[in-house]
Design a protein around this ligand. Structure first.
Ligand code: ADP
Ligand code: MG
Length: 586
């Protein structure tokens, strides 16, 4: 099967429209059970052929054939599209969704065509279909997320099998258990554990030293793809360990190259990571250094706001890995401070944010300076939380036959963040509630988000007056001031970070217990990123958003976000607000 782009996948999914039920009705479940019984019979081959024909017909027919049964599909993908591409068609109201139904969120249906594992290992299709759909029939899940539905044909669950015993259907269940969706032709199996991987030994040692006991879902699937190596589009929620998922294959790539010598270091780095903000670039640099140091690789970051000469000086000694913001890197390339002629490994982290920040032109410039992707000349990994058309077009232009990995509820808030919404009457009410919240027993660090630089200063000042140790972060500060702000939180010298959206993306402050949206962001995706600063790496977090009628355009999405969260409740005032019932058309 040829690889499909995210856009195509999303477009395909959306054709089913809003009328497609989110959850399977009793009637459908019964029908499904009957079908399963049938599947064990000799008629199975026929049934699969029919399914495939129906799917093909449905794909061709498009929206006009709504009445026909929807094909096996990934409801998650259509949700991403609805939320972030804004292509939800308006054929009447959505079926109201009950809150706290998280246990039913992930119902992946698989078609035999979806099997991306080695075809030579594929089991009988009957088993594949039966097992692949565990959960659709309402079967229970254990707390570990493992499906308890036993296929009559299956002896034991994957967790009790050795690697060699794993069959295609075990991998399918494995991916389902970790909410991994992977597409794009023949894909390597995901990692069951670090130990079973082909990650070079020194990198494995570094992983162990960092205390990463198990790979996160994105790491499980992205690392083996990156090690092949192959181009990749990765979409996963914030705080899910995306950095290591590209740093590990990147180090393996660098390790395969001859060591840089005095004669070759002027030819430039072997790998490049692009990130939208200075803070994020420096955070990636820190994470990369932890690994790279053990391998003896040099890492240099090129970010704006720092002295160009100083950065050029570090490059003089050569660096295997460069981490850069697009603007500064373009500057360096134009001044011939750096060339990228031997840089065959590129990562674009938070690509959607880079586009938001108008770095598209700089990206095109940089990509033109790299060896081309044609003929396997470059491995490119693109990570993004959302897939707006601009990012999709970058992926189409610069990635070659990419694999796509989507984890769980991409583009949604982390399930460990309790989201609260509070209606506030006026400025005084906002200020009072903020102080009450900070005082209500959450531990440091806490983050307060505002929308304008001036407000960050003002709220910061008010909090200081109230006795809090506060750092302020916004784009009006110098780079050293910004770094000092983050460091003061990290080191516990300050308790509260008061910042604009500049702190919303990618900044990984450990153990943030509370995020307050003192002002609701003007763009909804920002909301998801802001609240993603807490509840990271499996920890619990709380995010409180102050709203009033001025924020009504976001109420619909906000209500959806809260209702999808297993640990949040939609407050009555939001649930009953007229703006929360229909997607804003503005
Ligand atoms: P993302 O880029 O997806 O937002 P990060 O890569 O910044 O997430 O990782 C979030 C946090 O999780 C970091 O503190 C990182 O050190 C930690 N982390 C990453 N992978 C693992 C792992 N396998 N086990 C434990 N912690 C991890
Ligand atoms: Mg990240």
């Amino acid at each position: 099967m040829p690889p499909l782009s995210v856009q195509e996948l999303l477009a395909k999914q959306s054709q089913g429209g809003e009328n497609r039920p989110r959850f399977v009705s009793k009637k459908e479940r019964e029908a499904h059970r009957a079908a399963e019984q049938e599947a064990t019979s000799r008629a199975e081959a026929d049934r699969i052929a029919r399914l495939k024909r129906a799917r093909a017909a449905w794909e061709q027919a498009g929206p006009s054939s709504e009445a026909s049964a929807p094909p096996p599909s990934d409801p998650e993908l259509s949700r991403i599209k609805q939320q972030y591409l804004g292509t939800r068609d308006d054929r009447g109201p959505r079926r109201p969704k009950r809150a706290r139904d998280a246990s039913k969120k992930f119902h992946f249906e698989w078609d035999a065509d979806d099997d991306t594992s080695d075809p030579s290992l594929a089991p009988a299709p009957a088993a594949a279909l039966l097992q692949g759909r565990a959960g659709l029939d309402g079967s229970e899940r254990t707390s570990s997320g493992r499906s308890t539905m036993k296929s009559t044909l299956d002896e034991k669950p994957w967790s009790e099998k050795s690697l060699g015993e794993m069959k295609a259907r075990d991998w399918r269940i494995f991916r389902e258990d970790f909410q991994i969706q992977a597409r794009g032709g023949d894909l390597p199996n995901p990692l069951r554990s670090w130990r079973e991987s082909t990650i070079p030994a020194p990198v494995l040692e570094a992983i162990e030293a960092m205390g990463y006991r198990e790979p996160t879902p994105i790491q499980r699937q992205a690392i083996p793809i990156g090690l092949e190596p192959r181009d990749l589009i990765g979409i996963a929620e914030t705080g899910s360990g995306k950095t290591a998922s590209f740093v590990v294959p990147m180090l393996a790539h660098v390790q395969r190259q001859p060591r840089l010598t005095e004669d070759t270091q002027h030819l430039g780095p072997y790998a490049l990571i692009l990130a939208p903000t200075r803070e994020l670039a420096q955070q990636i640099e820190t994470e990369t250094r932890k690994f790279a140091a053990r391998l003896g690789f040099r890492v240099v970051s090129l970010v704006g706001g720092r002295d160009l000469n100083e950065q050029a000086f570090y490059l003089n000694d050569g660096a295997e890995i460069v981490i850069a913001t697009p603007g500064r890197l373009q500057d360096c390339l134009e001044r011939h401070i750096l060339v990228l002629g031997q840089c065959h490994f590129l990562v674009m982290d938070e690509a959607d944010r880079m586009v938001d920040m108008n770095y598209e032109e700089a990206l095109h410039y940089i990509l033109a300076s790299l060896p081309s992707a044609e003929g396997g000349g470059r491995i490119t990994m693109l990570y993004s939380a959302t897939m707006p058309p601009t990012v999709e077009s970058i992926a189409r232009t610069y990635l070659r036959r990419p694999a796509t990995v989507i984890i769980g509820q991409a583009g949604q808030a982390v399930g460990t963040v309790e989201q609260r919404v509070e209606f506030v009457d006026d400025e005084a009410h906002r200020q009072r509630r903020l102080l009450e919240l900070l005082d209500s027993g959450f531990g440091a660090p806490m983050i307060v988000f505002v929308n304008q630089k001036a407000n960050a200063d003002l709220v910061g000042r008010d909090l200081r007056r109230a006795g809090w140790h506060v750092a302020v972060l916004h784009s009006g500060l110098s780079q050293p001031q910004r770094e000092a702000a983050i460091a003061s939180l990290r080191e516990g010298r300050n308790e509260v970070l008061c910042c604009t959206d500049i702190g919303a993306r990618g900044i990984d402050l450990p153990d943030v217990s509370l995020v307050v949206n003192y002002q609701f962001p003007t763009q909804f995706p920002s909301y998801i990123h802001r609240i993603g600063r807490t509840g990271r790496a499996g920890k619990q977090g709380c995010a409180v958003s102050f709203v009033n009628d001025d924020d009504a355009e976001h109420f619909y999405e906000l209500r959806l976000a809260l209702s999808k969260s297993p640990v949040s409740t939609v407050p009555a005032e939001l649930a009953q607000h007229p703006a929360a019932l229909q997607r804003s058309t503005s």
